[in-house]
Design a protein around this ligand. Structure first.
Ligand SMILES: [Fe+2]
Length: 184
């Protein structure tokens, strides 16, 4: 690994402290590698992600990409903990898969953006393949398990046709409660 990769990895850990919530070393490293690769190939930097609005579709949106994404991850964990506490043996939730999936649901957005004359737009690839699809492709490149790819694939409206896992149900709702209130 080169020095430059190292710096970028640290930057990704800086914007995503929740990556360290993943207990399994192998899974945690795959999530970090996948995000680092996505930033490396993106027109956006880690700094940009802390500044740009989380949606290009909402007018005057003041919530940043990272604020929105981290809130969805934190909510996913809060919901899962409460469900485990209250439902006990009746429910099985894999916290590592849940966290890894929640962190990666929008990783595909990094390749969905384009910069034209300094202005952010949706790239041609982003128009043809929405981020759940590019996200799965990125995750597969780093051998993330099918449980995690499932959460990415079905987190948005495309997943409404699928039978979501319990982890995917939680992440889907946590993502939408952090989005819908800001919709016009
Ligand atoms: Fe998304």
């Amino acid at each position: 690994m080169t020095h430059k990769d190292d710096t970028l990895k640290n930057q990704v850990l800086g914007i995503w402290p929740e990556i360290n919530w993943i207990k399994d070393d192998g899974l945690r490293n795959k999530v970090l590698d996948c995000w680092t690769y996505a930033v490396e190939t993106s027109v956006l930097t880690c700094e940009d992600l802390n500044i740009i609005p989380f949606s290009l579709l909402i007018k005057d949106c003041k919530i940043s990409f990272m604020n929105h994404k981290r809130t969805a991850v934190q909510l996913s964990v809060d919901i899962a903990k409460r469900m485990k506490e209250n439902f006990g043996e009746e429910i099985k939730i894999d916290m590592d898969m849940l966290i890894a999936g929640a962190i990666l649901i929008d990783v595909g957005k990094l390749v969905e953006y384009d910069k034209v004359d300094g202005q952010l737009t949706t790239s041609k690839a982003g128009k043809l393949l929405r981020h759940p699809f590019s996200g799965v492709a990125l995750a597969d490149r780093f051998n993330l398990p099918p449980e995690v790819q499932h959460i990415i694939a079905y987190h948005a409206k495309e997943g409404d046709l699928a039978k979501r896992s319990v982890e995917a149900i939680i992440v889907h709702h946590a993502d939408f409660v952090s989005f819908d209130p800001f919709k016009a």
